[in-house]
Write a protein that binds this ligand. Structure first.
Ligand code: PEP
Ligand code: MG
Length: 737
């Protein structure tokens, strides 16, 4: 048996074979290092002394140009090219013709492969193809870490280079773990076909399978996907039927490749052509194309859907371009620590589910799928919205400390679970949690919440693939009520429409969906829908109190009409001998600024009010809550917003009607402190926020805070002043915020 040979020897042998096969006097491999330098790793023909010595930065010289542009360069007279850079140690001045191709893998350049000849020759198309195919083999060698040991100490390969991606925080938490690619890349090992006809047949079969799977995804409403998801799938279908793609694949097979290698090659070519595109639309199409190519590869190797591998690490961080909520639920919950999404939105279903499951998630992370390799160490920072791929040791240590610190804090919060939320001067505050899915319910007990202050009923509808039937809705609500036991639950009627799309509910594209046909507007225009839900809620609450509120009320008359529908439903049930709730408490959400000037009428009509500060803020500030460019631009601690909220609290008190805040600001200790200071005594928030908010409350004295807030809000200080002043106040009074 032959001795196993070392990596350097193997590379040397490869360059020798290529040179011989291509009748070239020179063949060289340059590998891209983490510092952006291309280092000569092996050569046949150039001075061997220059191996691991000759280097070029990306963009410099012909090799640097190929790396930066990710496309081949074929030159009969290399030295006359303006980018030519002479490296004296190589002795290359005697060679004139030059053919170089990038070593590409999954859209990334890992190095450059070059052949050179003394004569002024033009390399043929076949020769370019052959060199590209060889580059694919080298790419796999590099990616598999086979040549890692050859790197000079401290000169890491680019493949291993740490990447820091700034995205958007989607779900709170910090997780350290290892990459699991939701759509794993397929490694092609068999490149050269033995039987071309057979490979063509395999391609046809895989293409047919691919089309079926895309059609199926579309038919299933993209597994409860969003409109955005659907558009992507439509694009897939377009590509899957693209004749040009099929033709290029067939040609590659006819030139001797296996079907898998043909897919890889065509993908590489497309990338090379399109990766220099700066147009975001075209770059998106490139992504679609990549995904589709990967799907086709999985069809070919008979593993169409394979993200749930048995060898999932214990600390899996799922990296996906986008995924449906149901797909996330398919993973083993005990192993998933974090989620990184390339282009799902902050209100997408998968994000909602990640939040409900307490999985740290970061979104809008450009290129993460192409940059990550399965098994790479990765950190998800769901607080700052950042991802560290292959983090350097010091970053990892810093994060490990933060995780330990958070765990200690969590432990402290757990201990507070059964302690009352009472201020130092004896004022009690009701802290409730927001929920919407069955998997939220255990948190009610764990967090010590006083009840559910906002149950978003639309979530059940959003993760279903068909409209939940009346009996299903009723069973679901009964389950929620049962799980809550003695604790009250405030259900919110369906807040769908606009940007909360149900795949099975026909919707028209709207210019401004957040201000569109949604929530109570849709409910009143389609009363059958609202009626079914109200009936389900009434029947699920037989013998107990039902608390229910309507979202996006703009005029008091809308509340009155919704109430009339409920009253009729209740009478109908009674007439037919069904049981009914002992009492129904009806409230409105205050999310539309117009209600601020109807508070007298509104408070006379409702049993309670709940301020939806997320929407109220976006409409008051004319600032899209989902737009990351605007995130943080306007501060809810601005006097303008606080004055509006204070007015609501004052009026509600005057009318003796309970009022609470159930938007995101309730769950942030500093903001929650401001809310208490302007008169709120009831807050509903994400379950994880209850501990931190409670520890703030227990540490503070309310009376002096009220006085301070009055000054700040009345003076009309700037928003950042209010924040700074409150922070200083908290620090001076030892209040953890
Ligand atoms: C809000 O608008 O503040 C609210 C709680 O409702 P949602 O976030 O579901 O729109
Ligand atoms: Mg809202």
């Amino acid at each position: 048996m032959a001795e196993p040979i070392g990596a350097q020897e193997r590379l040397d042998k490869i360059v020798r074979i290529i040179a011989a096969n291509m009748v070239a006097e020179v063949c060289s491999v340059y590998v891209l290092r983490a510092d952006g330098v291309l280092e000569l790793y092996a050569t046949e023909g150039l001075n061997s002394i220059s191996v691991h010595r000759a280097t070029l930065t990306v963009g410099r010289g012909l090799v640097g140009l190929i790396a930066s542009e990710a496309r081949p360069l074929n030159l009969p007279d290399a030295q006359s090219h303006p980018a030519f850079a002479y490296l004296p140690e190589t002795g290359e001045e005697i060679y004139h013709s030059f053919l170089g191709v990038p070593i590409l893998r999954a859209g990334r350049t890992l190095g450059v492969l070059v052949v050179q000849n003394r004569s002024y020759r033009n390399y043929t198309e076949e020769e370019i193809e052959a060199l590209q195919t060889t580059a694919m083999v080298l790419a796999e060698m590099v990616a598999a870490g086979e040549i890692e040991d050859l790197a000079a100490p401290g000169a890491d390969l680019d493949l291993n280079h740490p990447v820091h991606i700034k995205g958007a925080a989607f779900s709170e938490g910090i997780a350290l773990g290892h990459v699991v690619l939701h759509e794993p890349r397929v490694v092609v090992t068999q490149l050269i076909a033995e039987d071309t006809e057979h490979e063509l047949k395999r391609l046809d079969a895989a293409m047919a399978g691919l089309q079926l799977s895309v059609d199926d995804l579309l038919a299933r409403g993209a597994a409860a996907g969003t409109g955005e998801h659907r558009e992507i799938l439509e694009a897939y279908r377009m590509f899957a039927q693209d004749r040009g793609w099929t033709r290029r694949l067939r040609e590659a097979i006819e030139n001797g490749l296996t079907a898998e290698a043909a897919v890889e090659k065509v993908q590489s070519d497309t990338r090379a052509r399109m990766s220099r595109q700066t147009d975001p639309f075209l770059r998106d199409r490139l992504h679609d194309f990549e995904d589709l190519g990967n799907r086709l590869l999985r069809e070919l190797i008979g593993r169409p859907h394979g993200p749930y591998a048995a060898d999932m690490p214990e600390d899996a961080i799922i990296v996906a371009r986008n995924m449906g909520a149901a797909e996330l639920l398919d993973y083993d919950r005990d192993r998933v620590r974090g989620l990184v999404l390339e282009d799902a939105g902050p209100t997408s279903h998968v994000t909602i589910v990640a939040k409900a499951l307490g999985i740290a998630a970061v979104g809008q992370t450009q290129d993460v799928v192409a940059l990550a390799e399965a098994g790479d160490p990765i950190i998800v920072d769901g607080e700052l919205g950042e991802v560290h791929l292959r983090p350097p040791a010091d970053i990892e240590t810093a994060y490990a400390d933060r995780v330990r610190f958070r765990a200690r804090k969590q432990e402290q919060y757990r201990k507070l679970k059964d302690e009352p939320a009472v201020t130092q001067d004896g004022v009690g505050v009701s802290l409730q949690m927001n929920a919407g899915l069955i998997m939220d319910l255990p948190r009610l007990e764990e967090s010590g919440a006083a009840g559910i202050g906002l149950f978003r009923t639309e979530l059940q509808f959003m993760i279903s693939s068909a409209f939940p039937k009346q009996s299903e809705q009723q069973a679901f609500y009964a389950q929620v009520i049962e799980a809550a036991g003695d604790k009250p639950v405030i259900f919110r009627s369906l807040d769908v429409g606009g940007d909360k799309v149900l795949p099975y509910l026909r919707s028209q594209k709207e210019e401004n969906p957040a201000m569109g046909w949604r929530a109570i507007r849709l409910g009143l225009d389609r009363p059958a829908l609202l009626r079914t839900q109200l009936r389900s809620l009434l029947r699920a609450s037989v013998g107990r109190e039902l608390r229910l509120m309507f979202p996006m009320v703009t005029e008091v008359s809308e509340f009155e009409r919704a109430k009339a529908i409920l009253t009729r439903e209740q009478a109908h049930l009674e007439r037919h001998g069904h049981g009914v709730p002992t009492r129904v408490m009806l409230g409105a959400m205050l999310e539309v600024p117009a209600l601020l000037w109807q508070l007298d009428e509104l408070l006379s009509a409702v049993d309670f009010l709940s301020v939806g500060s997320n929407d109220l803020m976006q409409f008051m500030m004319a600032s899209d809550r989902g737009n990351t460019r605007l995130a943080g631009r306007y501060d809810p601690l601005s006097p303008a917003f606080l004055r509006a909220l204070r007015k609501v609290a004052d009026k509600a008190k005057a009318y003796g009607k309970p009022v609470s805040v159930c938007g995101e600001i309730s769950g942030k200790p500093l903001e929650a402190m401001a809310l208490l200071g302007i008169g709120y005594r009831s807050l509903s928030m994400a379950s994880a926020a209850i501990g931190p908010v409670k520890s703030m409350i227990r540490a503070m004295e309310l009376a002096p805070l009220e006085a301070r807030l009055k000054e700040l809000v009345d003076q009309g200080s700037s928003a950042s002043d209010v924040r700074t002043e409150l922070r200083a106040w908290a620090a001076a009074h030892n209040i953890p915020v």
